[in-house]
Design a protein around this ligand. Structure first.
Ligand code: HEM
Length: 467
């Protein structure tokens, strides 16, 4: 419950914390002193009473019972749970150049077993860094996002039509199982960007291949935690979750590989007549091997489907329950006084942030620090320990987010943010439309300096050439 419900929540963040943050004593405490349930109790909670599907709630309960750090058994190994933002930050600040995600990765095991190449989600060490640099260079540039915007825009238009068709078919305009539509949207949009394929996922009759793919994604995610938590002996028995898990991955690779091969054949046959550019083309141009393209593009496809569908589903769900926020978004849309529509951008961004706070698509992930013991809060966590980062609990921490279970996009605003973004976007857009801006001929670099705020340390002189 909020400590002072009569105060606007924006001001609550300036109140002193509910609980003092953990103070690190001079000598860290060892693992023997860390609280947590016994291994048998942990396994019972996980595998009985639907524990795997309630792991996010177990984070909140674990923090309430043991504090922000506790240990528990996860299958064959012990893991330390970290459920507070500052402590998660402490872990991430102490990891090396490469993230080590888990020594329990059934995703990686599948690739070794089938001789498949890893993509960015499963690669490790120097290979991860190489892929990360390459994909970062190819995909993170704003210019790249704009080169995909036409393809995504046409899929968005199909989504709107599909929702309209679905609503019109019901006297109350009810769209049932919104996630299933958004799942198909995620798959259609990701396929357009990754291998320039259109699948027909948003047509009235959905072809069977995308439906099979979606079934494989569900099945793979459903069995992932089981393949990590179950004892190895049980795992390799026939008809075990491992079997289902591998067949699901086979289906995902097969689907992606078919579309990649199709695209590569089209590019090779007529390099100048293929339309647009897609991620497969970019990886080919970089000289990446076909096996590595299959590995990377399959993982990108997988990474882009659930995340997008879940974020959109929860956003629309919360907007439906908070009509005042929806009105603020759409009301501003009709205001054409700025001619840019940028007035709604800060609120739209805040809506997505607030949705991801309440429903983080990845409710927990893991890290291992392989080469040294690290201090987290008041404990010393031994090297090679699996550290579970509990994002769901951390983002509903009432010390940081008053009224943590309520949807308040405004909590992400600073009072002046709306005006600031309006000014910054409009000024930049108008200036860049009229001028080409260049550095002062012969001028040197200008460094920042701190004068309470960060400011330039010398006058900034630029050329404004009329366009
Ligand atoms: C709302 C949408 C999304 C959210 C909330 C989200 C969230 C995340 C988070 C939290 C991680 C970090 C995982 C970790 O370090 O353990 C991650 C990594 C990743 N995501 Fe996303 N994601 C989204 C959309 C996408 C899309 C559309 C793609 C692909 C086109 C994608 C591809 C990836 C990849 C490849 C990684 C691994 C990055 C690395 O190892 O450096 N994500 N995502």
């Amino acid at each position: 419950m909020s400590p002072a419900p009569h105060l606007p929540h924006m001001f609550l963040r300036f109140l002193p914390p509910l609980r003092p943050p953990p103070r690190a004593p001079s000598a860290p405490r060892g693992m023997a002193e860390m609280p947590g349930p016994s291994p048998i109790a942990s396994m019972y909670q996980l595998l009985c009473r639907g524990g795997l599907s309630r792991m996010h709630e177990m984070q909140v309960q674990g923090r309430a019972r043991y504090g922000p750090l506790w240990k528990a058994a996860f299958g064959p190994i012990e893991t330390v749970h970290v459920a507070q933002a500052e402590l998660i930050q402490q872990v991430l600040r102490q990891e090396g150049t490469f993230p080590v995600r888990s020594q329990l990765s059934s995703w990686k095991e599948y690739r070794e077993w089938r001789g498949r190449a890893c993509g960015l989600l499963t690669a490790e060490g120097a290979e991860w860094l190489r892929l990360r640099r390459l994909l970062g260079r190819l995909l993170l540039h704003p210019y790249r996002a704009s080169s995909f915007s036409g393809a995504v825009g046409s899929v968005v238009a199909e989504l709107v039509l599909a929702l309209q068709r679905e609503g019109d078919g019901n006297p109350e305009h009810l769209v049932r199982d919104l996630s299933s539509h958004l799942y198909r949207f995620g798959l259609e949009a990701s396929s357009a960007v990754l291998f320039a394929s259109r699948l027909g996922c948003l047509e009235p009759e959905v072809p069977s291949a995308p439906s099979v793919f979606i079934g494989c994604v569900h099945s793979m995610f459903r069995t992932t935690l089981l393949t990590m938590a179950l004892p190895r002996l049980l795992l390799r028995m026939r008809h075990s979750p491992w079997d289902t898990f591998c067949r699901a991955w086979d289906g995902l690779f097969e689907f992606a590989q078919q579309h990649i091969d199709h695209r590569v054949a089209a590019v090779v046959a007529q390099p100048h007549s293929v339309h647009g550019v897609c991620v497969t083309d970019l990886l080919l141009q970089e000289g990446m091997s076909m096996e590595s393209i299959y590995g990377n593009v399959t993982e990108l496809l997988l990474a882009g489907v659930d995340t997008i569908s879940s974020t959109l589903t929860w956003s629309l769900y919360e907007l439906a329950r908070n009509p005042q926020v929806q009105a603020a978004l759409t009301g501003n849309n009709t205001n054409t006084s700025t001619g840019t529509g940028t007035g709604t951008v800060p609120l739209l961004r805040a809506v997505v942030k607030e949705t991801l706070r309440l429903y983080p698509v990845i409710p927990a992930n893991a890290r291992v620090i392989p080469d040294r013991d690290i201090r987290v809060g008041e404990f010393l966590v031994p090297r090679k320990t699996l550290i579970t980062l509990c994002h769901y609990a951390a983002s509903r921490d009432p010390r940081v987010f008053p009224a943590p279970d309520q949807f308040h996009p405004e909590r992400w605003f600073c009072v002046g943010r709306r005006i600031a973004e309006l000014q910054v976007y409009q000024a930049l857009a108008q200036i860049l439309l009229r001028f080409e801006v260049r550095p002062e001929p012969g001028g040197g670099p200008i460094l920042p300096m701190t004068r309470t705020l960060l400011v330039p340390s010398a006058p900034v002189n630029l050329q404004f050439l009329p366009r």
